[in-house]
Structures are given as C-alpha cells and as structure tokens.
Design a protein around this ligand. Sequence first.
Ligand code: PBE
Length: 275
Amino acid sequence: GGANKDTIVISGKNFTEQQIMVYIMGHLIEDKTDLNVEYHSFLGGTSPVFNGVKKGDYDLYVEYTGTGLIEILKHKIVSDPDKVYDIVKQQFKKKYDLDWLKPIGFNNTYTLTVRQSDAQKYGLKTISDLKKVDSKLSLGSEPEFLERKDGYPGLEKTYGLHFKSTSSMDAGIMYSSIKNNKVDVIDAYGTDGRIPAYNLKVLKDDKHFFPPYYAAPLIRDDTLKAHPELKKVLNMLSGKINDQTMQELNKEVDLDKKDYEDVAVNWLKKEGLID
Ligand code: PBE
C-alpha cells in the first residue's frame, strides 16, 4: 500500500473462520476507504487477540457475543441473543473503550460432538445422554475450552460430566483426531464444515448451557473516532452470513483446500460488496 495512507491492523484467532473473516473485513476496508490494511492474525486463542486490541496493538477483530459475555466480562450465562449483545455492547464501551458493530449473522456455538457410530452404539442424542458413558470416552479440544466457564469446567458442573481423559490440541486438529478414533468427543464449532463431512453428531444442549455466540466486528473506539467511515463500511456485513453460509465458507478452506483470502474475496464479489 501507499506510504501516506493510515493503516488499520486486523487481528484474529487461530481457526479457519477467523482467518476468513479477517480477509473479508480487510478487503472490504481496502475497497471502500483510503486506508491501508495490515494483518496480524492466527494469533492463538481469545486472550492474545482481545488483549492486543485492548492495548492498541491491533484495531479490530471478530468476536463472539457469548465469548465477550462469559470469558471476557465474566458475566453469568444469558440465553437471549439480543440481551447478550446489549450487555457486551454497553460494558465493552464502558470498560475497554471498544465498540461492538452490528452482528454478521451467524452463531458459532461450541458443541459437544461424537462420531455417528458411537451415537448409535450408545444411544446418544443429548449432552445429558453422555452421562452414562462419559467414563469410557476421551475429550479432545483446543486448550481454551478446558479453562473456560462456558467450556469443560461449566459442563462438568451443569451436566455432571467427567470424561476418562482430556487432551488439548489445535482447533483444526480435533476434527481429524475424532475421525481417526484418537479422541471420542470434541467441542466442535457449530459453523465448522467438517461436522457433516466427517459424519459427526452434535449432541443437543438439553440444559441450554451454551450462550449464543453471534459474531460481530469489535473495534477500538479511538480507531472509529479517527476513521468514522469504518463503522458504515463494516456494518455492510450486518446479517449477511448465516450459519449455513459460514459452514460452507469454512468447508471451502478446510475440505476443498482453497486459500483463505480467495474464499473471502470470492464471497465479497458474489455479494456485490466489492468489484
Ligand atoms: N466459539 C466457538 C469460540 C471458538 C469457536 C466462538 C465459542 C470462541 O472463539 O470464542
């Protein structure tokens, strides 16, 4: 980019959907504004990304409402999606000078997921059903899930679950691990394309433990003040990607092995958001 332009730094966590969103936001900003875009993404879990944006190392990323509520604000679980959005919007502004822009449309919930063959063998439909076999099953997840209140510690409390073992791995690795019988249960992400492709069964959260996790751009207030046009530009994504579309975009990278940036740019063009 040009040396005289201001630069916006976009960040993201280390899984496919985040990297696609990083490029969707980046190319939209480059197309609609005079700003330069830099990427500092694939950074790990929620904490390095959130803290980097809070400190001002990065300007924005896509966060999930339930993650803002439980993991960042340490609030109790709230189930109504609009209420969760209102709480995070108000509190993040007050506490951190960060702004939640409009939700993009999809809800990327954590799930507990097993192989269809095990679901049949043990008669598993709900998370509560896991109780009868948990001592035989091993859980694979990314490290963050093992620590979060809306992760395994909370599931142990709410459902009384206790697996034979737990192991942590990169978010992307857990899908191949369950497919190859290395683990039996994973915290699959609801919008991941590998759930249908690997013939996995999402167990129903019958106790409504997980909050809603609607995705929205989270941006520094001082960045918005310096570049107010960013609000309108990023809100062009409002309501544009539902769960099914996000699963399809994730699948294009994870299964069809397309490039993240190509998937992002093609989607923006298809939607008529860029030329
Ligand atoms: N989630 C599911 C996690 C990862 C995917 C949205 C709850 C998060 O990043 O907070």
